[in-house]
Design a protein around this ligand. Structure first.
Ligand SMILES: [Zn+2]
Length: 188
């Protein structure tokens, strides 16, 4: 089994791919989780033929790589940096709910794989995901406000939606934008 890193020029731009020659019947192209295009090909296939095969699928390869880039996981910054960024988000959003009687919560930050944030409304604690600190400011603000509004509406019912609509009219757009990141579930 021989491996070779190759590059083909295509009308859409160059494509680098890792070629493996092995006992397979057909040329096989896939995109690895890290975005690398990998091709396995039988011994009888010519390099020119393999390049041509990859070139013919350039659109598919590049579209796939783009999608994976868009969904790449957010890498949390160092804890201190995450705490600073998330504290700032909570400070920006808190004045929106303070007039509604929400007491200033205690902020906790930690890395979570399944949620962006959570609210312990009986204990006055908001927990935000450290990975969120790597997202855009408007997305950090959305999650912070989402959790703060849970002090008024613990569930995601009509009252919750109405409060979010009033305080952050584009919150649904921000929630959708969060989906391009690797934590797939919306905050709860
Ligand atoms: Zn929620």
């Amino acid at each position: 089994m021989a491996e070779e890193l190759r590059r083909v020029e295509t009308p859409l731009g160059p494509i680098d791919y890792l070629l493996t020659i092995k006992n397979v019947k057909n040329i096989n192209l896939r995109i690895r989780a890290d975005g690398r295009a990998v091709v396995s090909a039988p011994r009888r296939a010519s390099k020119a033929g393999i390049d041509r095969f990859v070139r013919s699928r350039a659109e598919w390869v590049l579209a796939h790589q783009r999608r994976q880039e868009e969904r790449s996981p957010l890498v949390p910054p160092e804890r201190e940096a995450a705490l600073a960024a998330l504290t700032a988000a909570l400070e920006r959003m808190y004045p929106l709910v303070e007039p509604l009687g929400v007491k200033r919560p205690v902020l906790k930050v930690r890395f979570m794989t399944s949620r962006w944030g959570s609210c312990h409304y009986t204990k006055g604690i908001v927990t935000l995901n450290t990975a969120l600190a790597a997202a855009e400011e408007e997305l950090r603000d959305y999650v912070a406000l989402h959790e703060l509004v849970h002090f008024l509406h613990p569930d995601h019912g009509e009252g919750f939606h109405a409060a979010m609509d009033a305080l952050m009219p584009d919150w649904q757009t921000r929630r959708r934008a969060l989906r391009r990141y690797a934590l797939e579930r919306p905050p709860t």
